[in-house]
Design a protein around this ligand. Structure first.
Ligand code: M6R
Length: 611
């Protein structure tokens, strides 16, 4: 949520700042700003409401009129509003005296702090301006910028990732983190700051990941790490392994379409080295659990938010099918964190997150760990906070997911959970035969997805046009298709703004069927299995009430509906994942037909690092 960049050293800081903000724009896009200090020691603060392109226009117009001066240092921000409406005034960087500050997170005690600060005239509605003013009030002749930041942070309650510069000390960026990610990129006589590694690609592949409670003084040729009691910490420089291609659209009109279509290859990365069809074994290397520890697991709790939560729900069905004597809870992280929950002793927690930074999921992870329960991550972003704080786990290797709506991560998360289920079943003594069908289907899944994304797009786009005029939709499915229905509804609502609800098919007659009229359309999900006839009955009940039904199925049997997409597949267990891919394309084409901003839908941000 929100993106931070910074740069100090020999090159033109602005180039990196604008490039970095474009890369981080998916984290927030209601305003953007930069401040740079030139070789003349003058600061230039530029802010604009709206997307980074608006800021870029402003930067270009200034460049055309101003005298050239090398910007030796600068910080920038792209915002997702928490305190104060999206406006130029509320955009970061915020200024107080000689201080310029960019901030991700929320200063919870900002009202109390504000009441204490007398020497600053507040002009914005933000919590961030209060932090800037607080640092400025502590930044006197006897204090370094780092000390002032350090003292201010001791007074702050809340979460932050910050970068601070000052015209009085124009060779240093001071950064700190507590609850909001910050990465320091180490270049040649150039040091970069980013809240997400994708901003650094092409500038440097060497990075220092700041931990909570750490701060750093970044200069062009050095980085000095400290904790909040000013004790030095040694820095671990890691290599970022993301290539430029992965963060580009590669000819697709939108990142979302690219990410849906690249699922065959991203899923192959998830599976690679983890399943062996010939020997019928599955193994996730990084669990840090011995076979004996695996055998002892009696309960699994799965937590995540949004799409990650729905992946967890679908994973629960597969875990239940695969492992006898295992109880499973799947809980939305935003709920679990405040519940008085009880976990049995032999529980393992699976923490699912694409970004690895979601605040609610991270808070759950910490609470579960505090209770002495073993935690395993199912995470996409390498080096993210959740990935670093879990006891073990698996990277799903789906590659950077830029579009705000999560698609390829879901598929990889479900695959990883299924592999975990197979591994757990085998550790508990399941015979090879009982798991072999799961392994075979996992191995075939990438090719099966490929058939859909390469052959069915046009047909799905045509159907999407028919339903784009509606304002309400009801998705329903049974068993494994219930979480898929919820995920389908989430995808549709977040990018098309159609009000959509995902429901268990068997529950329709207990209430939601009352909704059905001509203002609704329904997406019915059916698999040709032992529950097919029951699902068909629900569909008939909707038909009988004048429903406008779009069916997605793998069945060849007769089904009465307005529109049908039949997936041609032999997959049985994992067919819900294929049905979900059709839904992803459907939501995409509905949003395109409605003329929406598909990759950056209104009010959302990719990574939700605030509560
Ligand atoms: O990064 P995470 O997987 O932890 O994110 C969780 C949710 O915020 C995320 O899935 C969100 O619901 C997406 N917008 C769904 O498309």
């Amino acid at each position: 949520m929100c993106g931070i960049v910074g740069c100090v050293g020999e090159k033109q800081a602005r180039n990196y700042l604008i490039s970095g903000l474009h890369r981080l724009e998916y984290r927030g896009y209601d305003s953007a700003g930069i401040v740079t200090i030139g070789t003349d020691n003058k600061a230039t603060l530029l802010r604009a409401k709206g997307k980074v392109s608006k800021l870029e226009e402003l930067v270009s117009s200034i460049r055309r009129t101003a005298k050239p001066s090398t910007d030796k240092i600068g910080i920038g921000h792209t915002r997702w509003a928490t305190h104060g409406e999206p406006s130029e005034k509320n955009a970061h960087p915020h200024k107080a005296g000689d201080i310029y500050l960019v901030h991700n997170g929320i200063i919870e005690n900002y009202k109390e702090l504000k009441a204490e600060i007398k020497n600053h005239k507040f002009i914005t509605d933000t919590d961030t301006e209060v932090l800037a003013a607080l640092i400025d009030s502590l930044y006197d002749q006897n204090t370094t910028l780092a000390d002032a930041v350090n003292q201010a942070l001791k007074l702050v309650a809340g979460t932050y990732g910050i970068a601070v510069i000052s015209v009085r000390n124009p060779d240093e960026i001071v950064v700190a983190r507590s609850g909001s990610p910050l990465i320091i990129g180490v270049g040649d006589n150039e040091t970069y700051i980013a809240s997400d590694a994708s901003a650094l690609i092409g500038f440097t592949d060497k990075a220092i990941y700041l931990n909570d409670g750490e701060m750093a003084i970044c200069r062009g040729d050095s980085v000095e790490l400290r904790d909040l009691s000013a004790q030095p910490i040694s820095a671990k420089v890691e290599t970022i392994e993301i290539d430029m291609q992965a963060i580009q659209k590669q000819g697709y009109e939108h990142f979302l379409l690219k990410e849906i279509c690249e699922q065959p290859s991203t899923l192959r990365s998830t599976l690679s080295g983890r399943i062996n069809v010939k020997d019928k074994v599955a193994n996730l290397g990084g669990l840090n659990l011995t076979p004996a520890e695996l055998r002892k697991i009696e309960h699994v709790v799965i937590v995540g938010c949004g799409t990650a939560y729905y992946a967890g729900l679908l994973g629960m069905y597969y875990l239940e099918q695969l492992v006898d004597d295992l109880t499973i809870d799947v809980v939305a992280a935003s709920e679990l964190r405040y519940r008085s929950f009880h976990l049995p002793k032999d529980t393992v927690a699976l923490v699912i997150s694409q970004s690895g930074e979601t605040a609610d999921t991270l808070a759950c992870l910490r609470e579960i760990k505090r209770r002495g329960i073993k935690t395993l991550g199912v995470v996409n972003v390498v080096g993210s906070t959740i990935a670093r704080e879990v006891d073990g786990g698996v990277y799903v290797h789906a590659g950077p997911e830029i579009s705000v709506a999560s698609t390829k991560a879901f598929t990889s998360q479900v695959a990883a959970l299924t592999i975990f289920g197979i591994q757990l079943a085998q550790a508990k003594g399941a015979d090879l035969q009982s798991v072999s069908k799961y392994i075979e289907e996992l191995a075939k899944l990438p090719d099966e997805i490929d058939k859909i994304v390469s052959k069915d797009k046009e047909k799905i786009a045509k159907i999407a046009k028919r339903y784009a005029k509606y304002e309400h939709a009801l998705y329903f499915g049974r068993d494994t298709l219930y979480p898929v229905a919820m995920e389908g509804a989430l995808k549709l609502k977040e990018i098309s703004y159609i009000q959509a609800e995902g429901y268990a098919a068997g529950e329709l007659k207990h209430g939601p069927i009352a909704l059905i009229d001509d203002s609704f359309f329904e997406v019915a999900l059916l698999i040709d299995n032992w529950l097919f006839d029951k699902s068909l009955s629900t569909l008939e009940e909707v038909n009988a009430r004048g429903g406008h039904i779009f069916v997605i199925t793998n069945s060849k049997k007769a089904i009465k509906a307005e529109e049908i997409i039949r997936i041609n597949t032999k997959l049985d267990i994992l067919a819900p994942v294929l049905i979900n891919v059709v839904q992803q394309l459907f939501a995409y084409y509905v949003a395109v037909a409605r003329g929406n901003d598909v990759d950056q839908p209104r009010n959302l941000a990719k990574s939700v690092t605030v509560e």
